[in-house]
Write a protein that binds this ligand. Structure first.
Ligand code: COA
Length: 152
């Protein structure tokens, strides 16, 4: 695992296309987020191929971190990459002084919902018509352990 670099734009855009055929972030959005001080992005790389990535957003003055995207390439799913990225993001959120991590997920995305529920995420809000194809979403939230590290 390593932090993403601006040069990762194309593989990340491809992961978005594969992971979210209907709701992917555009290259322009990704380019902005990759250079955005209030976002952290991690990639899992093997043999020169980016196999998975996750992006978390921080908001100044907020203790709630936002998991903005997490995708594993279909060829590499089920090998623990998503879980590893989620643990990394949770740990970094704690280091940032965040007390909660929130995310939105399609209500029919059973695999992702299962992953989140097993890791302690709870449903906080149903989001009818949240996605561009009008599909409903769910907002999930996890209470994070307290950090001994002072907030930025
Ligand atoms: C959700 C996602 C990121 C998980 O990535 P991953 O690398 O497969 O994750 P892991 O290998 O750590 O597996 C996580 C859990 O999902 C399960 N899982 C993964 N792929 C699965 C599959 N095809 N069928 C059933 N379960 C599956 C694993 O068994 C594991 O279960 P556990 O928590 O009991 O150990 C991946 O499925 C993905 O990219 N989906 C498309 C994009 C997406 O939906 N992102 C989330 C949006 S909120």
């Amino acid at each position: 695992m390593r932090p993403a670099r601006p040069g990762d734009l194309e593989p990340l855009a491809e992961l978005e296309r594969l992971g979210f055929p209907l709701d992917q972030y555009s290259r322009k959005q990704l380019r902005y987020l990759l250079s955005h001080a209030n976002a952290s992005t991690y990639v899992m790389e093997g043999e020169g191929v980016i196999q998975a990535y996750a992006m978390v957003l921080w908001r100044r003055g907020s203790r709630v971190a936002h998991l903005y995207s997490i995708v594993t390439h279909p060829d590499f799913q089920g090998r623990g990459l998503g879980t590893t990225l989620l643990l990394q993001v949770e740990g970094e959120a704690v280091q940032h002084g965040c007390t909660r991590l929130r995310l939105e997920v399609r209500a029919d995305n059973a695999i992702a919902i299962g992953l989140y529920q097993r890791r302690g995420y709870k449903l906080v809000k149903e989001l009818p018509g949240f996605y561009t194809d009008d599909a409903p979403g769910l907002r999930l939230l996890k209470q994070l352990p307290r950090s001994a590290v002072r907030r930025r």
